[in-house]
Design a protein around this ligand. Structure first.
Ligand code: HEC
Length: 154
């Protein structure tokens, strides 16, 4: 191998390694953001549930948490870039079906966007019984995605 060739192959090898490292990092970042965001959304949803168990729920607090859940629901489509599935080799509960069935996944996302918006509106009106009913419907939308698209906890 001539000196020139080996310099070129080293440069090429370095470029490939660097490219690979960058790609891995952005996938890792996407997964971290996704998992942290779901946890935050879960906290807000639980806060609504906890409030609804009280004798006189604070509907303003519920409205604020419902708004957060709705905001997260709108961001869901950005949380699943190509390559951020189980093939990334990172611990996750996201199933490969998310990427294999994008239309079904988009429908499950849309369902939460619609129901959480209705929850926001119900909370804004302050009618606790209506909020309770809409909370159930919203929970149904969580389950409607978890059942097909979230794997069992390992
Ligand atoms: C469109 C699909 C979808 C919807 C809708 C959805 N989730 Fe999830 N959720 C997931 C997936 C997929 C994961 C796993 C993500 C991962 O591990 O990378 C997850 C993870 C979570 C987690 C993190 C802990 C865990 O179990 O991995 C919480 C908490 C959570 N979801 C709560 C909720 C709540 C509450 C709702 C409804 C308000 C909801 N999710 C709606 C798909 C969804």
């Amino acid at each position: 191998m001539s000196g020139k060739t080996s310099a070129i192959s080293i440069a090429l090898a370095l470029a490939l390694t660097a490219g690979g490292a960058v790609a891995a990092t952005s996938v890792e970042k996407a997964i971290t953001l996704r998992q942290a965001s779901y946890k935050e959304m879960g906290k807000s949803f639980k806060a609504v549930n906890d409030e609804l168990k009280k004798d006189t729920p604070d509907t303003k607090l519920i409205a604020a948490e419902a708004k957060k859940v709705h905001g997260f629901s709108l961001a869901i489509p950005k949380w699943f870039p190509k390559g951020s599935g189980p093939e990334a080799g990172i611990k996750m509960r996201a199933k490969a079906d998310i990427w294999a069935e994008p239309v079904k996944f988009a429908e499950a996302t849309k369902a939460l966007q619609v129901e959480s918006q209705k929850l926001r509106v119900a909370a804004g009106k302050g009618d606790v019984e209506a909020i309770k009913l809409q909370f159930k419907a919203t929970g149904g939308a969580c389950g409607g995605c978890h059942k097909p698209f979230r794997a069992e906890e390992k």
